[in-house]
Design a protein around this ligand. Structure first.
Ligand SMILES: *Cc1c(COP(=O)(O)O)cnc(C)c1O
Length: 353
């Protein structure tokens, strides 16, 4: 049976990316050596690194004055590196879910945090006031667990730092409005193990504290992300994904497809009497589509999961903290998988009689 991969992360990658990465693991760039066993300073890998940085700049239209880094430690390491490097005494954090809460927790180790929060995580705070004396504002654009997403750039007078782990390359972003954008690669870009950081060079160097070399953005900017051994295999895969994005209409092409896929799935959730969406229209994510059984069919959650699994749907169980279902519709999820899920929901409805 054909499997449809809706995992939230690590998640689906384009077939071609998996194929090319597997090939390179046997014979990388005609060297006759495995990608897993070549020097990261070999000219072949240095070229992969620099082309990956260039493709980031090209596809996201990154202006002069920014660096693109590929680091280890996941997005979670950035939760600490951000305040360590950039927080003098106070920052504002929009708390929109589990990941945002973790980022906020780390920031509290370094100074005062002004927290902005809606009544629950199914809604996004909008049009809030900011204190004047903050060093930066931290946001999580797409909330992978709750299925909410800020789809517009923030227009504020302070440096904005955004966790875009799960929506990078899915919609156009005006990079000049951000001091830094970062994310784990394993949602929309590559296998886990690499974290991308797009950082405006002039925001660093403003704090007095001593920062260990590995945790200091300056180290990685100065060494063009080659201070220590970078995660070679996921960077190679990211390079392949970026080439795939470019060949498929760039970020605009990804966005068109994402909008279409989300529309088809949300329409079915809204139409089908067995299901209900957990997020209001205005905040619905294009990447993580969350739904539960409707009130009168609450007892059928397990039945649907079993039925859907039997139809080839993989990874649609909601996050353990939310329950219900979550279909992640990242860039490389084909339209036919979304259609297969919709069909499964319709068959389930018919089956109930
Ligand atoms: C998955 C995820 C993270 C955590 O990433 P790690 O690379 O596992 O540390 C952080 N933020 C968001 C929005 C995520 O989706």
């Amino acid at each position: 049976m054909k499997k449809h991969n809706f995992y939230a992360g690590p998640s689906i990658l384009p077939k071609k990316v998996v194929k090319e990465t597997a090939k390179a693991l046997k014979n990388f760039a005609g060297t006759g050596l495995s990608l897993a066993s070549i020097s990261h300073r070999s000219k072949e890998f240095v070229q992969v690194m620099s082309e990956t940085q260039d493709l980031f700049k090209e596809l996201l239209d990154i202006p002069e004055g920014y660096s693109v880094l590929f680091l280890g430690g996941g997005a979670s390491m950035q939760f600490a590196m951000i305040p360590y490097n950039l927080m003098k005494s106070k920052a504002a954090y929009v708390n929109t879910g589990a990941w945002a809460s973790k980022a906020l927790k780390e920031a509290k180790l370094f100074g005062e945090v002004h927290e902005i929060k809606a009544d629950d995580f199914f809604h996004l705070p909008k049009n809030f006031d900011l204190p004047k004396d903050i060093d930066y504002l931290h946001i999580t654009t797409n909330n992978t667990i709750y299925g909410t997403e800020y789809k517009d750039d923030f227009d504020v007078n302070v440096p904005v730092i955004a966790d875009m782990s799960s929506d990078i390359f899915s919609r156009k972003v005006d990079i000049s409005k951000y001091a830094m954008i970062y994310g784990g690669a394993q949602k929309n870009l590559a296998p886990s193990g690499v974290t991308f950081v797009i950082i405006k060079n002039d925001i660093i160097g403003k704090v007095d504290r001593q920062i260990p070399s590995m945790l200091n953005y300056k180290t990685h900017i100065d060494k063009e992300s080659m201070f220590n051994t970078p995660p070679v295999i996921p960077i190679y895969a990211a390079h392949q994904t970026l080439k795939w994005i470019k060949a498929n209409g760039g970020v605009e092409g990804m966005n068109k497809k994402a909008v279409k896929k989300a529309e088809i799935l949300y329409n079915e959730i809204d139409r089908n009497p067995y299901f209900v969406g957990t997020v209001g229209n205005e905040s619905r994510s294009l990447m993580n589509i969350c739904f539960v059984m409707s009130e009168e069919h609450k007892d059928k959650e397990k039945d649907f999961l079993e039925f859907a699994t039997g139809q080839g749907m993989v990874g649609i169980k909601g996050h353990r903290s939310v329950g219900g279902f979550r279909a992640s519709t990242y860039n490389s999820l084909p339209m036919k998988s979304v259609k297969a899920l919709v069909k499964t929901m319709q068959k389930f409805e018919e089956k109930q009689g």
